[in-house]
Design a protein around this ligand. Structure first.
Ligand SMILES: *[C@@H]1O[C@H](CO)[C@@H](O)[C@H](O)[C@H]1NC(C)=O
Ligand SMILES: *[C@@H]1O[C@H](CO)[C@@H](O)[C@H](O)[C@H]1NC(C)=O
Ligand SMILES: *[C@@H]1O[C@H](CO)[C@@H](O)[C@H](O)[C@H]1NC(C)=O
Length: 300
């Protein structure tokens, strides 16, 4: 099959009349919609020009028509196909091969080439399958990725947060502490949830003595999410660590999370976190925050 065959094949496909426009195309209507497509063929022996019938999809021309008989069509062999009415002398080979990160979504059969698609979690770009992007903390998934399109993210709007890298999770709404019969300890932002506590903060009727686990955690959360500059926050952690390590760089949200995890571990190691933290705040010259903590948690 030369390039001419391919051209003729696509022309044959284009000749199918659009059924919605019969009044605009009276000439085609006269030709008849039910007529089988034909092609012109010059008989090799007589040199006579004949009009042959084409072969339907799934078959090919085994023998061209002669003056005496119609075109002889035969089914395509295995792994070969013809998609349209045609007068090809050979079926086309199913030449699409599914690559790595692809799955076969349509098998090769006598009328269709094989069709591949990117596997779950990947989308196609310039013939490659690329993993769906994750939305970073502070933004959530607006539209999950498909085999054809990457994940679409959007920054979390007011009242919502996302604390993880995720290609599936949308922004989550902040929790409502009052609804749970608790009080708001830390207001949420786009990176973290609102944090609630049962520790009675700043009230004169303090039923739980500061030092209770819940109150200690509340104090840790309160300090970790204060608007402390990153450098000060790192200094604070260095003071609290016995053998200060070099601090990795990161966003404020990431440094805050690390600091909070660090303090929580200190607490679980049965440290006197409350006292240590107040001392460290003072050493780091974060006096206004030390003051806020004392006031809020009724510490003298
Ligand atoms: C070949 O596969 C296509 C797509 O899956 C389907 O529409 C068609 O009916 C199949 N043809 C045959 C002959 O099985
Ligand atoms: C998100 O991914 C970035 C880059 O891979 C990484 O540095 C960061 O620690 C991750 N954050 C979280 C919360 O997993
Ligand atoms: C504080 O507690 C006392 C007794 O425990 C009670 O009489 C008082 O009404 C409480 N005050 C407030 C503001 O809840």
């Amino acid at each position: 099959l030369g390039p001419a065959g391919g051209l003729l094949l696509s022309l044959a496909g284009a000749v199918l009349p659009p059924p919605a426009l019969p009044s605009l195309l009276p000439a085609l209507a006269v030709l008849g919609c039910n007529a089988q497509p034909t092609y012109r063929w010059k008989d090799a022996v007589t040199n006579e020009k004949l009009t042959c019938q084409q072969c339907p999809p799934g078959t090919f021309v085994a023998q061209h028509c002669t003056r005496a008989r119609q075109t002889l069509c035969q089914p395509c062999p295995d792994l070969h196909y013809t998609q349209y009415w045609n007068y090809l002398e050979k079926c086309r080979y199913c030449n699409v091969i599914c690559g790595e990160k692809q799955v076969e979504v349509q098998q090769c059969n006598s009328t269709h080439n094989r069709v591949c698609q990117c596997q779950e979690g990947y989308y196609s770009e310039m013939e490659f399958c690329i993993r769906h992007s994750e939305c970073p903390p502070g933004s959530g998934v607006e539209k999950p990725g498909t085999p054809f399109e990457n994940t679409q993210c959007r920054p979390c709007p007011r009242g919502f947060f996302s604390s993880s890298n995720s290609s599936t999770k949308p922004c989550q709404p902040h929790q409502d502490c009052e609804q749970q019969g608790k009080v708001t300890n830390v207001q949420g932002n786009q990176y973290h949830d609102t944090l609630c506590t049962s520790c009675r903060l700043g009230g004169t009727n303090s039923t739980q003595a500061p030092g209770d686990d819940d109150c200690e955690q509340a104090m840790i959360d309160f300090v970790a999410y204060q608007n402390i500059p990153i450098r000060k926050l790192k200094r604070l952690q260095q003071i609290l660590e016995r053998s200060p390590r070099k601090q990795a760089l990161g966003t404020r949200a990431a440094v805050q999370e690390k600091f909070r995890t660090f303090l929580t571990q200190l607490k679980e190691g049965h440290y006197e976190v409350t006292k240590e933290l107040l001392d460290a705040l003072r050493a780091a010259k974060l006096h206004s925050i030390e003051e806020k903590v004392r006031e809020r948690f009724l510490l003298d």
